[in-house]
Write a protein that binds this ligand. Structure first.
Ligand code: GTP
Ligand code: MG
Length: 201
């Protein structure tokens, strides 16, 4: 699947203020600075559709993008930002967990993980929470261009092993670089297949 058209729709402070849930939807979630907005730009082939920044915490609202008038991409604020205040963290948690649990058209969450790091508590906690709540999700490793080629495979294998301690079955895993456009076709094909499952109540 290739994306022809991609438009920014809304920035919402609450899931109730999001666009009507009448199309299949995918949300991009992960630690601050992991590359959520960059991935949305790389998938859509646009440089500035979603705002990116070297300063963590750029995305603070639920941002909806409409793709080819057929499905939504959602850019959510990042978690695990070390300098964030307690109030900020609580707000993140409420905004995002409410959104994830209550958005009826959310077909899958893309849980983004920086491929360079060993498993981090905030990522594992979030993934385990998704599993507990039975939310369909896939894992996307980001920034693999920053890892030496020889290390990518073993690094991802280690992560798999780590997750296997928690889960019998692992979700789909995508290995990506937004800067080099690696792994984009795989994600878009997955979306294309998953879109076919969408049914309106
Ligand atoms: P918040 O909105 O703050 O939570 O961040 P985000 O997850 O949306 O991250 P964003 O896309 O803004 O990217 C953060 C930084 O990582 C930017 O400086 C990007 O250029 C860089 N970055 C993102 N993806 C990649 C990648 O694939 N490779 C490399 N080398 N850098 C990347
Ligand atoms: Mg962002």
């Amino acid at each position: 699947m290739k994306i022809i058209d991609a438009k920014f729709l809304t920035s919402a402070p609450h899931y109730k203020k999001c666009p009507k849930p009448n199309l299949p939807e995918y949300a991009f979630i992960g630690r601050s600075n992991v590359g959520k907005s960059s991935l949305i730009n790389a998938l859509t082939g646009r440089k500035k559709l979603a705002k990116t920044s070297v300063t963590p915490g750029k995305t603070q609202l639920i941002n909806h993008f409409i793709i080819d008038e057929k499905w939504y991409m959602v850019d959510l604020p990042g978690y695990g930002y070390a300098k964030a205040s307690k109030t900020h963290r609580a707000k993140w948690s409420e905004l995002s967990t409410d959104y994830i649990l209550k958005r009826p058209n959310l077909l899958s969450v893309f849980s983004l993980i920086d491929a360079r790091h060993d498993p981090m508590e905030s990522d594992i906690e979030f993934i385990n929470w998704l599993g507990l709540k039975e939310i369909s999700f896939a894992i996307v490793f980001t920034k693999i261009d920053k890892l030496a080629k020889a290390k990518v495979h073993s690094h991802i294998e280690n992560y798999r092993k780590y997750l296997s301690e928690y889960w019998e079955e692992l979700p789909r895993i995508f290995i990506t670089s937004s800067h080099k456009s690696t792994g984009m076709d795989e994600i878009l094909n997955y979306v294309n297949e998953t879109n076919k499952l969408f049914k309106m109540d």
